[in-house]
Design a protein around this ligand. Sequence first.
Ligand SMILES: *[C@@H]1O[C@H](CO)[C@@H](O)[C@H](O)[C@H]1NC(C)=O
Length: 137
Amino acid sequence: MKLLTSVIVALTAALVSCSPIEIEALATHSCVCGTKSFTNADIVGAVNKGYTTNPNPTTSSGAYPHGFHNSPENFSFPWCSGGNYVEFPLKTLPAYTPGNAPGADRVIYQTGSAKTFCGCITHTGASGNGFVLCKNS
Ligand SMILES: *[C@@H]1O[C@H](CO)[C@@H](O)[C@H](O)[C@H]1NC(C)=O
């Protein structure tokens, strides 16, 4: 009984200390690109790896991460709009190692330390070298 009470006290303290920003940071996403499913951990790993590799990529080609101009695709991303988009390969963990083959799948996020995740895109099911949106949920 004493243990149960202290667990309840600890849980209540944890809930009360959560600010709305911390709750928002707990939002989880997943992507299905073609037949490949990616977890929130895969997505967070890709965005963090892209950001630490180069926090402010300026070119839209060459080494990853690089800029993504969203033209001509003009995707409506589910979790952000506008800003400067960054593209980085999406793999099941461990995250993509720069220099390796990038595969078909990408995360898109915005430049800036917030690392705002926008959605996933893939070459799978696209024509030519184009992209289509993954199922973002
Ligand atoms: C992009 O799509 C939006 C609607 O999602 C539309 O308002 C806008 O005109 C489009 N831009 C181009 C360049 O096609």
